[in-house]
Design a protein around this ligand. Structure first.
Ligand code: SF4
Length: 266
């Protein structure tokens, strides 16, 4: 299938800044949908608000651009009424972990068959560079001109603790790895949480004097390491990448169908 069948050309050029990491994720996702031979009509993408949430405007799937932080509950409703759809939910770190944090943990707990992609650029890009729950201590933002004093948390640990049956992390630098992980996440029966570290050169890189897109991409190369690698063993301070959880557990829509069948028998 041609890529042009998977995108809405009429909405291009996209709104992202030059060097933004979101286009890398969009490209990877389209590549995976193409490789898996998925019919665009079987695909559904639900997003909230933010730069990453704009992805849903560019794909030629069933799409819904919903409220800030509420992409997962909307996706849950759609999946429960049409379980045959492949439902993908791209979210920014603010969208997924701040206002949408509660929805995230409950989607993990329920193990509903959605693919949640948390595009972590450690900043609110669309609204002008406010710090997010994933920014971390000492990070400069328009709302933290002297450095954030909030501790960040780890999306992977949160998803694992909340019970997601597929949990992975990759970065915009590791494009082949990203495609492999997204492919597994889409094929996984249950809730898949994939964190992708993506660069925001405009607000995160510039404000924190970390350079442009290339510098940020190099920082993903240098500051992360694959799970089980020698590099990680030698330097446990590095951020681990890879698949942390991949387990078969009862899926929510199937469980719900069983409840309906049971009720109909009575
Ligand atoms: S503000 Fe940042 S996240 Fe938003 S489009 Fe620009 S580079 Fe990307």
């Amino acid at each position: 299938m041609a890529y042009t069948d998977l995108i809405r050309e009429r909405f291009f050029p996209h709104i992202w800044c030059p060097g933004c990491g979101h286009g890398v994720v969009l490209n990877s996702l389209l590549h995976v949908v193409d490789e898996l031979g998925l019919d665009p009509r079987s695909m559904c993408m639900i997003s909230g608000i933010g730069c990453s949430a704009r992805i849903s405007g560019y794909v030629n799937f069933h799409t819904m651009h919903t409220m800030h932080g509420r992409a997962l509950p909307c996706a849950t409703g759609i999946k429960m009424s049409k379980p045959e759809l492949n439902v993908i939910v791209p979210m920014g770190d603010g969208d997924a972990m701040a206002i949408g944090g509660n929805h995230f943990i409950h989607a993990c707990r329920r193990n509903i068959d959605l693919t949640a992609i948390v595009l972590n650029n450690r900043i609110y890009g669309m609204t002008g560079g406010q710090y997010s729950p994933l920014s971390g201590r000492g990070i400069l933002a328009t709302t933290a001109p002297y450095g954030s004093i909030d501790n960040d948390f780890d999306t992977v640990s949160l998803a694992k603790g909340a019970g997601a049956s597929f949990v992975a992390r990759t970065t915009a630098f590791h494009v082949k790895e990203m495609a492999k992980i997204l492919k597994k996440a889409i094929n996984h029966k249950g809730f898949s949480a994939v964190e992708v570290m993506v660069q925001c050169p405009t607000y995160f890189g510039r404000k924190n004097k970390m350079g442009g897109a290339i510098d940020l991409l190099k920082s993903y190369r240098d500051n992360t390491a694959p799970l089980g690698s020698k590099k990680l063993e030698e330097n446990p301070e590095l951020i681990p990448r890879g698949i942390f959880v991949d387990e078969e557990r009862p899926e929510y829509c199937e469980e719900y169908a069983n409840v309906i069948a049971q009720a109909n028998e009575e």
